[in-house]
Design a binder for this molecule. Structure first.
Ligand code: BEZ
Ligand code: FE
Length: 292
């Protein structure tokens, strides 16, 4: 393998991988090499541009740690996350659509009972959320595991705040509940607000250079798991939000937009006397049966 030139390099790399015992890896890497080389040829990539890209990816790696996942942000803002979500979550139109997972899920969030306040002190206007988990036949799915997470009213998730002595609890505005025998669930939390994705790093600089904003429309994240059904990872988006048509990560689906209803001070759905305005949200989720 000598004297490889710009016309023979692609085939040379593909042939170098032919002895891999992993057929799927070969398929994926062959295609990646073909597309990567085609891209470099198409734009006539310069050495300066190549080095700029290497520096950019190095910065993405350096800023990534167990709390900040800049690679997911890069994938999200380039539409790759939504593409992978869409092509892996095809289901009947009656089912709730999936959308991006995002970087702020935490495994092992506190467990709550229906009716509990999952905000755990996070700041925001009170919001009472209720709904049902259903099958395609409209029948309730009981004991579904429901993970919920959201930002506070400043647009920050708990994991984005640096831990400080005597500071807020580790987990705020996130939790895990179970649907009741009739498929219903309900909890108290805070009003979802629009927020910018972290944009003080290389991905933020990329967005700025591209004339793009970093905002996501207000939403509440859900992950719902039940035996015999596909796991649903989705959001519910707040109707009327000004970023619904320009989500920085391309995650909005019309079917996931719902009305957060504002109420003046009075009695909340859980019977609490509210001295200030509060919101309610009602949304039902329909799960797709798992393939056998
Ligand atoms: C989120 O909704 O939490 C999120 C999704 C993608 C990138 C950043 C944040
Ligand atoms: Fe989010």
């Amino acid at each position: 393998m000598r004297n490889i030139n710009e016309n023979t390099i692609t085939q040379a790399v593909v042939e170098s991988m032919r002895d891999s015992g992993n057929a799927r890896l070969r398929t994926v890497m062959n295609s990646l090499v073909h597309h990567l080389h085609a891209f470099a040829r198409e734009v006539k990539l310069t050495e300066d541009e190549w080095f700029h890209a290497i520096r950019f990816l190095t910065e993405v790696g350096h800023i990534t740690d167990d709390k900040r996942q800049e690679f997911i942000l890069l994938s999200d803002t380039l539409g790759l996350s939504m593409l992978v979500t869409a092509q892996n979550n095809k289901k009947p139109p009656e089912c709730t659509e999936a959308t991006v997972f995002g970087p702020f899920f935490v495994d092992g969030a506190p467990e709550y009972k229906n009716g509990d306040d999952i905000s755990n002190g996070a700041s925001g206007e009170p919001c009472f959320v209720s709904g049902r988990v259903l099958g395609l036949d409209g029948l309730p799915i009981s004991a579904a595991k429901i993970d919920v997470w959201q930002s506070d009213d400043e647009g920050f998730y708990d994991v984005q705040r640096p831990p400080e002595p005597n500071s807020a609890p580790e987990h705020q505005a996130r939790g895990r509940l179970r649907s009741a025998a009739d498929g219903s669930f309900n909890f108290r939390s805070i009003l979802a607000v629009a927020y910018p994705i972290p944009h003080d790093g290389p991905v933020g600089r990329m967005l700025e250079a591209l004339g793009r904003h970093p905002w996501r429309p207000a939403h509440l994240h859900f992950m719902i798991e039940a035996p015999g059904y596909e796991t649903l990872v989705t959001h519910v988006f707040r109707d009327g939000d000004k970023y619904l048509d320009s989500d920085a990560v391309f995650g909005v689906r019309s079917s996931l937009i719902a009305d957060w209803v504002r109420h003046d001070a009075g009695v909340a759905p859980d019977g609490t006397q509210m001295h200030n305005a509060f919101y309610t949200l009602q949304y039902d989720f329909v799960l797709n049966p798992a393939a056998n």
